[in-house]
Design a protein around this ligand. Structure first.
Ligand code: DX5
Ligand code: ZN
Length: 218
């Protein structure tokens, strides 16, 4: 079954703990935590102190941290100490990627690599052996609630076959514009093994029902 990772970017921040507890209870597999620096992307979100609080309040929740920041290497250790279980950086970063992935593993964390819609999927291939997760963006990162870019489907399919060819099985996750009944099943058919959804979960009338619907994507 596909992993479901609600993105708290669309949660009610006055009730963040309750929102997370609700989706975890409904069967969500990880909490997707979007960190933005107003430089790598055109928006600001939240960071270390918020992750630390969430992790303390729910130490068993798996934290899938997506760093949309220009210098992830500087922050690797602090995000792992704050509670990241998966730490995903962007292939477009100007930081040294092998060093960044090695730093993530060196801190005992699982490493993810993400790519923007305009970045060719082959940019990920040199790093595949070093990854526990690949995060294909279905939107230009920075904001929730944008429409899905179907080029993500071709990337998922290409990643699935390249991973199979090399005998690798990182989580193939997709982030942005993922909706139950439409883009979610398309992504799963193309090769996604994890679905990140923000507005489709926390913007829904019933977040728990949305998680269950996503979980059943085939
Ligand atoms: C976008 C973030 C996403 C965002 C997805 O920059 O990385 O995780 O929360 O939002 P939706 O699911 O609303 O497209
Ligand atoms: Zn994200």
């Amino acid at each position: 079954m596909v992993l479901v990772c609600p993105s708290v970017l669309s949660a009610d921040f006055t009730r963040l703990g309750e929102d997370c507890a609700r989706v975890l209870e409904a069967g969500a597999d990880m909490i997707h935590f979007d960190v933005m620096d107003g430089h790598f992307v055109d928006n600001l979100s939240f960071g270390l102190p918020v992750l630390e609080c969430l992790h303390k309040a729910m130490p068993d929740a798996v934290m899938d941290v997506h760093l949309m920041i220009s210098h992830p290497l500087r922050f690797v250790r602090r995000f792992v100490e704050a509670g990241a279980d998966y730490l995903t950086v962007h292939v477009e970063t100007t930081d040294n990627l092998p060093a960044t992935l090695a730093a993530i593993h060196g801190c005992g964390c699982k490493a993810g690599l993400s790519l923007n819609p305009d970045t060719p999927v082959e940019a990920i291939f040199p790093y595949l052996e070093q990854l526990e997760l690949v995060l294909v963006m279905g939107v230009v990162p920075g904001h929730g609630g944008q429409p899905f870019d179907p080029r993500a489907l071709d990337k998922l399919a290409a990643l699935r076959s390249e991973c199979a060819r090399r005998g690798l099985s990182p989580i193939l996750s997709v982030d942005g514009g993922v909706k139950p009944g439409t883009t979610a099943p398309q992504c799963v058919a193309a090769g996604a093994t994890a679905l990140v959804a923000g507005s489709a979960v926390f913007g829904a009338q019933d977040a728990a029902a949305a998680v269950k619907q996503l979980k059943e994507s085939v």
